[in-house]
Design a protein around this ligand. Structure first.
Ligand code: B16
Ligand code: MG
Length: 215
């Protein structure tokens, strides 16, 4: 029996990847190299510092830890300038409706995101009230595929992981859900998310019947 749903943010609830992309591209330009959309695929679901390591590797740049801190901060300032302009209608199709349906059915909801900006984004999207618990990059020390983010979510909800379903768009996120002993619905490409129990294009394709049929 499913008692809780845990949702990744970027790629599941909202497409913030496009804002991360323009922020990283701006930083790369400041450093004197180009950063493509294909390069950006490598950063999805990855923490800010690990993303910076990938970006610097692409640019062939080697710097001190203090300089890395400064650049990560600079990228975040670019990113925050975009997300603070977001509108509530940027929620991905079906996400708000499915969250409401879960809560109406007595199924608890949690956010499980690597982002340290998750609260700002939920507020901009007017979604804060639809989550019982928010676990984000400010509460975790280990990145997905480590299950920490989802285990903390289940613990805060007081639900056994076996009764939880995770919604994820990244391969590392699916692995994190399985490592937590949870069921997982993959959002996106079946060829990438092979280990998920069910794969859909987006939350507009989800309903409570499909949720309860997950084996
Ligand atoms: P921030 P998710 C992740 O969000 C993004 O997919 C990833 O691209 C980003 O680097 C990471 O959050 C950290 O974000 O810089 O805002 O702390 O998919 O885990 O919701
Ligand atoms: Mg994601």
């Amino acid at each position: 029996m499913i008692k809780a749903c845990l949702f990744d943010l970027d790629g599941v609830i909202v497409d913030t990847a496009k804002y991360h992309y323009i922020a990283w591209k701006k930083l790369a330009k400041e450093l004197g190299f180009d950063f493509s959309e294909t390069d950006n695929e490598r950063l999805k679901g990855v923490s800010r510092m690990a993303s910076l390591d990938i970006l610097l590797e692409i640019g062939g740049i080697s710097i001190t830890p203090a300089e890395k801190e400064r650049l990560a901060h600079q990228k975040n300032e670019h990113y925050v300038s975009f997300i603070t302009q977001m509108q509530a209608d940027e929620v991905l199709p079906g996400a708000r409706e499915f969250l409401k349906a879960c809560r109406k059915a007595g199924i608890a909801t949690a956010l499980g995101s690597a982002s340290k900006n998750a609260m700002t984004i939920l507020e901009r999207l007017e979604l804060t009230d639809l989550f019982d618990v928010v676990v984000d990059g400010t509460h975790t020390t280990k990145a997905k595929p480590d299950p920490e983010v989802f285990l903390k979510g289940a613990e805060a909800l007081k639900v056994n992981p076996a009764h939880c379903v995770v919604f994820e768009d990244a391969e590392a996120g699916v692995e994190a859900a399985l490592a937590a002993g949870m069921k997982c619905v993959g959002i996106g490409h079946p060829e990438i998310l092979t280990k998920a129990h069910l794969i859909i294009d987006g939350l507009h394709q989800m309903d409570l019947q499909k949720l309860n049929n997950i084996q």
